[in-house]
Design a protein around this ligand. Sequence first.
Ligand code: NAG
Ligand code: NAG
Ligand code: NAG
Length: 268
Amino acid sequence: MDSEKFSQGSQPLLDEPLDCGDEIGYAEESVWRRDANGTRRDDCRRLKIIILALSVAYIPFVVISLMLFIQHQSAQLLENVRPSGLFPSLASSHAIKYEQRHLPVRLHNNPFAGPPRPELDAAWHGLFEDIRINVTQQDLAYYNLTSIPLADGSGYAAELGVHHELHCLKKIRHWIHRDYYLKNETEEELVEWEAHIDHCMEMMRESIICRGDPSLTTFKWVAGDPPRLTAVALGHHQCVNWDSMMGWVRNRAVPIFQPGVLRLPEEI
Ligand SMILES: *[C@@H]1O[C@H](CO)[C@@H](O)[C@H](O)[C@H]1NC(C)=O
Ligand SMILES: *[C@@H]1O[C@H](CO)[C@@H](O)[C@H](O)[C@H]1NC(C)=O
Ligand SMILES: *[C@@H]1O[C@H](CO)[C@@H](O)[C@H](O)[C@H]1NC(C)=O
């Protein structure tokens, strides 16, 4: 603002109050005033223009402040809904979406359930395709973690916790059906397996308690003599949208078991 120019031109303002009211309503007076002092109407216009300019200049500040306020409020709201602790790449992807679902728990016509058979092995195998991913240094730093760098230096090898859990569940399945899956293992290897299964069971217990699924399980009577009490776990589970999350995972998949993908111990 050129304040010197303004005060020069509006010197009369200081002497007596300047009426910058409605020029139509006060047409007569304004005309008279112009006669009395030629600069008065110019001062009025200038003042009005300055006030208008200031008002207009203020609009972006108001808009930006409002936007920042709304953004802050909605971020706080999201923080309450979304479980915190997503590492930066996943958080910024918005691939983690929650939805309420019943779990069907089908035991028939379900390739994941039932006795060992090629169809079941293929279904379980599919759960572990393209699950090793490439994460950034910032993603690791978010949890204070380290991992093996990719050979080309473009990231680090990782996988999501959910896949570690699924791996453990698969191991437990193999242990239950060890006559089928582990019939070639030596005594020594089976001792190792048992320790691994213990680890997996404990991890699953801790994971289940960690999630603390707060859906309601109800009860019903099953006819009989005497009638039996049974639990009904339809659940309205808060579930991650699997396709959305796996879409993100598969986009970042790296075949870490292929030679040359990971930096070797001597190169780290
Ligand atoms: C991060 O990890 C390092 C080594 O793994 C450890 O010494 C350090 O205390 C950790 N820092 C935090 C903040 O957890
Ligand atoms: C790893 O991710 C980065 C982006 O973070 C990408 O530029 C790079 O190509 C990825 N590397 C591999 C081997 O997929
Ligand atoms: C056990 O070994 C036999 C003979 O080498 C092989 O045909 C079979 O596939 C193996 N079974 C398992 C579960 O690894």
